[in-house]
Write a protein that binds this ligand. Structure first.
Ligand SMILES: NC(=O)c1ccc[n+]([C@@H]2O[C@H](COP(=O)([O-])OP(=O)(O)OC[C@H]3O[C@@H](n4cnc5c(N)ncnc54)[C@H](O)[C@@H]3O)[C@@H](O)[C@H]2O)c1
Length: 279
């Protein structure tokens, strides 16, 4: 028996990167998935990849900064697959401009907070309302980061949003416990995605990141997916309001690892193709 047999999951930002890694591991475990994103082309490619794995998948256009769009993705999931069991609030953007605190504008702040925190807050609320209506509990997984507790001042608004997510996860867990809705956060360290490409845009910076990652490598989207399967399955049923870090030790290392491994050409090739645009 697979761990998520016939469960219905919505994954925001599920069309690529960590979201698609989660969707892939979910379908391997028997779940039916709805992946949300803004770009239909990327969405359809994501669906094709999930169907190749033998899964049932649906793309719904969704901008988590728009509350009507959040209603729509949940309604479409219920219309298409009949219910909602798991909601993964994964969509997120970072601060590509690396603006100093003294210069950040309200518009820059709102753009990131609307997606990373407000979208997660109300998306979780809407998903939980559907789960309460069904009366059989459910699972919320929030996408956090090591930056929930590392003070990264070049990613000021992003870091603030991830700190907020750690606390949101706890209060949601407390508020929803009586409905048997389990809430936890998945908090990755460096993972090889477009978001990482925007941050680790040169070898020196990547080496700095690796010098503070005791495992000496970046993680994969499927490793995030395996952790999400654990958080979505009954295996984690007594884990409550926690942020679980899959970060190769990046989050707690005090000093650079002596003799740390620097990034190889092959690893760096994975991170090349810096995308300056946030899709
Ligand atoms: N890659 C890392 O190293 C890393 C580390 C820690 C946390 N995270 C978190 O993981 C999550 C996914 O990031 P990723 O690395 O896969 O990045 P990514 O840029 O590859 O993917 C982000 C996804 O979110 C979607 N998205 C962005 N804005 C959206 C919006 N307004 N509405 C709907 N979808 C939107 C994008 O289309 C994309 O599918 C983010 O919340 C990010 O903060 C990533």
């Amino acid at each position: 028996m697979t761990k998520l047999q016939d469960k219905v999951a919505v994954i925001t930002g599920g069309t690529k990167g960590i979201g698609l890694g989660i969707a892939s591991e979910f379908v391997k475990e028997g779940a039916k998935v709805v992946i949300g994103g803004r770009n239909p082309e990327t969405g359809n490619e994501g669906v094709a990849e999930l169907e190749q794995l033998g899964g049932q998948a649906l793309f719904v256009q969704c901008d988590v900064g728009d509350l009507d769009s959040l209603d729509n993705i949940i309604n479409k999931a219920v219309e298409h697959f009949g219910r909602l069991d798991i909601y993964v609030a994964n969509a997120g953007i970072n601060d590509p401009d690396k603006t100093h605190f003294l210069d950040i504008t309200p518009d820059q702040y709102d753009k990131i907070m609307d997606i990373n925190l407000r979208g997660m807050f109300f998306g979780g609320q809407k998903a939980a309302k559907q789960m309460v209506k069904q009366g059989e509990g459910g699972v919320l997984i929030n996408m956090s980061s090591v930056n929930a507790h590392l003070a990264l001042d070049s990613q000021m608004v992003y870091t603030t949003s991830k700190g907020g997510i750690q606390q949101l996860t706890k209060v949601q867990a407390v508020a929803l416990a009586k409905y048997n809705i389990k809430v936890n956060a998945l908090a990755p360290g460096p993972i090889g995605t477009d978001l990482m490409r925007r941050v680790g845009s040169d070898k020196q910076l990547m080496n700095t990141i690796l010098s503070r990652t005791p495992m000496g490598r970046i993680g994969t989207t499927n490793e995030c997916g395996r952790l999400a399967v654990f958080l979505a399955s009954p295996d984690s049923d007594f884990i409550f309001g926690q942020s679980i870090y899959n970060d190769g030790g990046r989050g707690f290392q005090a000093f650079p690892t002596p003799g740390y491994k620097t990034v190889t050409d092959e690893e760096y090739a994975l991170l090349e193709g810096l995308q300056k645009e946030q899709e």
